[in-house]
Ligand binder design. Structure first.
Ligand SMILES: Nc1nc2c(c(=O)[nH]1)N(C=O)[C@@H](CNc1ccc(C(=O)N[C@@H](CCC(=O)O)C(=O)O)cc1)CN2
Ligand SMILES: Nc1ncnc2c1ncn2[C@@H]1O[C@H](COP(=O)(O)OP(=O)(O)OP(=O)(O)O)[C@@H](O)[C@H]1O
Length: 268
């Protein structure tokens, strides 16, 4: 880690990220090669469906592989990395200067990078996920006390719609101030900003909606930062992407920060 707490900048890559976020003057582009898009200029629907099935299968296989690798990761090593990652985040200028934060509440059974120290120490507006239904619908609700969280059916701690004082928790989509930082979970990530989640589509749907909100409000887009153990950072083109997959700006591991998007290269 750098003395200023900013983390080691591992590798700067021109990326997949650029495909989904082209320069405003560029013609519209897509996150997936056009061959995945059915329509007059794409392949016949049957071919597109077969290709979608291949993507789904590849995602499933990679999820299983990473879950297996996370299971054999030693608890002592995991704990050491949890401390390093959280300290790196807490000491970084991009975290310190952020005013509003959306973070996940880590679940040990899922072997997610721990966020408990970050959410306990944070002195800024904090919003955390609440799953509303199985149709990829999740809200980010503001919490002031970790003690108010309750375990959901997936055994992940989440806020109730109302807090202990019976006040409605603020939904980040209705907040008047922008969020500048998202700390994201996931199973696998790569150096091009690709992210593989657990398959619910919750984050992809939410991140897309928040991106639209920020555009409408003319707010700066928040930095989307994934937290990862080394086994979750994969090489090559192992993570297949579709048009609805939202890329991350940066990945943080115990080895340092991997800034990916132009915003991350500038701000991290
Ligand atoms: N901490 C945390 N909170 C989160 C998410 C997350 O990934 N992590 N989510 C992100 O979307 C949403 C919840 N989505 C989830 C989707 C799947 C599983 C889960 O337990 N998956 C099992 C496999 C279950 C199965 O295949 O039947 C697993 O991954 O081992 C948990 C949460 C909102 N809150
Ligand atoms: N913006 C969206 N609108 C509608 N459906 C979506 C959107 N994003 C994802 N989905 C759907 O959600 C399902 C799961 O998607 P995917 O496998 O990419 O999830 P994931 O990235 O692993 O999960 P998550 O986003 O919760 O971390 C897919 O059927 C996908 O089509």
């Amino acid at each position: 880690m750098r003395a200023d707490g900013g983390g080691v900048q591992l590798k700067k890559v021109a990326s997949f990220w650029m495909i989904r976020h082209p320069h405003p003057s560029s013609p519209p582009s897509s996150a997936v090669p056009l061959r995945f898009v059915a329509g007059p200029s794409g392949p016949p629907a049957a071919v597109a469906m077969a290709e979608a099935a291949v993507v789904l299968q590849k995602k499933r296989a990679l999820r299983s592989q990473i879950r297996r690798e996370l299971k054999v990761f030693s608890p002592a090593q995991r704990e050491q990395e949890d401390v390093a990652i959280q300290n790196l985040v807490l000491n970084s200028p991009w975290f310190k200067s952020s005013k509003g934060l959306c973070a996940y509440i880590s679940c040990e059974a899922l072997r997610e990078v721990d966020t408990s120290k970050i959410v306990a120490e944070v002195k800024k507006k904090l919003y955390v996920p609440r799953v509303e239904d199985k149709n990829s619908h999740m809200r980010m609700l503001r919490i002031s006390k970790i003690e108010d969280l309750v375990a959901n059916s997936m055994d992940i701690l989440e806020p109730s719609p109302v807090d202990a004082d019976q006040n409605e928790c603020e939904d980040v989509m209705l907040a008047t101030q922008p969020i500048d930082l998202f700390l994201l979970p996931g199973l696998a990530f790569d150096r091009h900003g690709r992210r593989l989640g657990r398959g619910g589509g919750y984050y992809d749907v939410f991140l897309q909606k928040y991106e639209e909100l920020a555009n409408q409000q003319k707010w700066k887009q928040p930095l989307r930062v994934a937290l990862a153990y080394p086994v979750q950072i994969v090489d090559g083109d192992l993570i297949p992407m579709t048009v609805t997959d939202v890329p991350v700006d940066a990945v943080v591991s115990a080895d340092g920060v991997i800034p990916i998007s132009p915003a991350a290269l500038e701000r991290m």
